[in-house]
Design a protein around this ligand. Structure first.
Ligand code: UD1
Length: 443
């Protein structure tokens, strides 16, 4: 397994360019399957989750061609309606979007209940509620979700809880339904808007994405086009914290500053000097970090996907901070690892109390999930000595070339290279997607 070695204590300086958003990419790739003709997707992040998903859709019968490091073509014309087993969906939680995409394309789907990051129970009852509201009959059998519809027809969905996944999934399923589907209490995250923009580029008729009511007027077909994915606000936020933890001066480019407002606002509160430009921001930090309190909430609230990184930063603040997790019920599993570097943390249910410390000191640690891994990288960059971080495959699921980007900012970080980096050439354009012939189609 690959590991990172990080010698801390160096102030980061320079410019880092942010990649396309992971959470948009993992929804837009399945969304491309609804189209009748090939789509070109630009600004695709070169990360393991994208590789996994491209493998999955190739095995399902889509042709995937990588034009360059950040551009792919997805040709869904050969796609049948494959049964998607647990061996496939357990690889990543976002494989639930395949259910919505197959429903949008064929009006039926057999997809195993997904696996994913272990940060909470992660039910999909709201996805199911939405599918039922547009005329889909859903049965659970032997761990499989069997979804059938005589005819998808627009309906009204009121989500009991704000769910990114359910909002996007029902949007995918309803995009070609007869009539209009109204999604109330919808999620407003930038990647929800990005998926709607992608589908609209293909000819869909979706209004209101980014507000809590989305209207999807069904269209007969979608036609493949080119589309560029939005920048990843969580990757940007993570680099902002790397700059702050090392008392650095970093310009973060290829970002949408307004997607970062909540993060920017909080970071100014705790001492960062932040300057915004059209598509970049500069983070400067010379003095100490102040304490604060945070509660994570759906967008535009403070993002849960920045919570572990923020706990890492606030561990270096003067005074006591309190961070409350408002989305996931067990997202503090990493605190023991952070404590090995010197953080003083007390967890009580969904709250962590952080006693600030002046200095982290290096220790061997392991990433327990994607964002927890990012929190350890931030701590290691600030720590005295050389920290070894194990299980970095979690980090590489969602951060493109994090080692290279940090090195460019002056960090002393290396990856011991005993497993390949994400982004291996992906090209099934020649028609050699062998597993498809053995895939069973849903009846
Ligand atoms: C997405 C993000 C993830 C982020 C999360 C919250 C992707 C691929 N992942 O996950 O990084 O942490 O949003 O911003 O985009 N819930 C239900 N029933 C459902 C669905 C969700 O009760 O049917 C609950 C969940 O348990 C959780 C909350 O709603 O407490 C939010 O979940 P949701 O927004 O659906 O998260 P994901 O889409 O899985």
């Amino acid at each position: 397994m690959s590991v990172f070695f990080v010698r801390g204590g160096i102030s980061l300086k320079g410019n880092v360019s942010i990649s396309g958003a992971k959470n948009a990419a993992v929804a837009i790739i399945p969304a491309a399957l609804i189209s009748n003709t090939p789509c070109t997707i630009e600004n695709i992040p070169n990360i393991r989750d994208v590789d996994t998903l491209l493998d999955i859709i190739s095995d399902m019968g889509a042709r995937v061609q990588r034009l360059d490091e950040h551009t792919i073509v997805i040709d869904p014309t050969q796609l049948g309606c494959p049964v998607v087993p647990y061996e496939v969906t357990k690889k990543m939680r976002a494989s639930y979007y395949i259910l919505g995409a197959l429903l949008g394309r064929f009006g039926k789907a057999d997809v195993a209940m997904p696996g994913g990051c272990k940060i909470g129970a992660r039910p999909i009852d709201q996805h199911i509620k939405g599918f039922r509201a547009i005329g889909v009959d859903i049965k659970m059998e032997n761990g499989m979700i069997k979804a059938r519809s005589e005819k998808l027809a627009g309906g009204l969905v009121y989500f009991d809880t704000v769910s990114v996944g359910a909002t996007i999934n029902v949007m995918l399923a309803s995009v070609r339904a007869a009539g209009t589907t109204v999604l109330e209490n919808a999620a407003k995250e930038p990647h929800v808007v990005d998926v709607a923009n992608f589908l609209n580029t293909l000819g869909a008729d979706i209004l209101g994405a980014g507000t809590d009511i989305i209207r999807v007027k069904g269209v007969k077909s979608l036609t493949g086009r080119s589309y560029s994915i939005v920048p990843d606000q969580i990757e940007a936020g993570t680099f902002m914290l790397c700059a702050m933890a090392t008392r650095g001066d970093v310009e973060i480019s290829n970002v949408t500053p307004k997607h970062l407002y909540t993060i920017t606002d909080k970071l100014k509160d705790v001492g960062a000097v932040i300057t915004e430009f059209d598509d970049s921001i500069r983070v400067q930090m010379s003095g100490g970090i102040s304490n604060t309190n945070i509660k994570t909430m759906p967008y535009p609230g403070f993002p849960t996907d920045m919570q572990p990184q923020m706990v890492s930063l606030l561990s270096l603040a003067s005074g006591t901070s309190i961070v409350t997790e408002g989305i996931w019920e067990s997202r503090f599993k990493y605190v023991d690892e952070l404590a090995r570097l010197g953080a003083k943390l007390r967890v009580n249910d969904r709250t962590v109390v952080i006693e600030g410390t002046n200095q982290f000191t290096a220790a061997p640690v392991k990433a327990t999930d994607l964002r927890a891994g990012a929190a350890l990288v931030i701590a290691a960059l600030a720590a005295k000595g050389t920290t070894k971080i194990e299980h970095v495959h979690h980090i590489e699921r969602g951060y493109e070339d994090i080692v290279g980007k940090l090195q460019k900012l002056g960090a002393d970080i290396v990856r011991s290279d005993d497993s390949p980096l994400p982004g291996a050439a992906h090209d099934s354009g020649t028609g050699s997607f062998s597993s498809y012939s053995s895939v069973r189609e849903c009846s």
